[in-house]
Ligand binder design. Structure first.
Ligand code: AMP
Length: 112
């Protein structure tokens, strides 16, 4: 069964797409936790960081580079946070790897 993010990639369900290339798509999070909250999602279905293969190295790097470029485009000059939740204790709710990019307010630490 396709993940919700695969359905967004295939345009089966709508999303606010802010970036797309051959490797990934970036969308606004439907439940933003900061003034700016986007997800960067690989088009290849990788469930989570805990299940990546060595061959995914380029994809993983691409996700972070894309996050940095979006942060620049969004003028997150005061800083931003990148989060990847892994597994149930990590807060993962969608089993399709995604990088959260959050910014636009002072974020607290540690996370809950
Ligand atoms: P995680 O809890 O790390 O797995 O993150 C999943 C994220 O996907 C959450 O922040 C959700 O708000 C977000 N999300 C779930 N469904 C959608 C959707 N249809 N469009 C945009 N974001 C979504």
């Amino acid at each position: 069964m396709a993940t919700i993010f695969q359905k967004i990639i295939s345009r089966e369900i709508p999303a606010e797409i802010i970036f797309e290339d051959d490797t990934c798509i970036s969308i606004k999070d439907i439940e933003p936790q900061a003034p700016f909250h986007a997800l960067i999602i690989p088009k290849k279905l990788i469930a989570r960081v805990g299940e990546v293969d060595d061959e995914d190295e380029q994809i993983l790097g691409h996700l972070l580079l894309t996050a940095k470029k979006i942060a620049q485009e969004q003028n997150l000059d005061q800083g931003f946070r990148i989060v990847i939740n892994n597994g149930s204790d990590g807060g993962e709710t969608v089993p399709h790897l995604h990088v959260h990019l959050l910014g636009g307010r002072k974020l607290t630490w540690p996370p809950g």
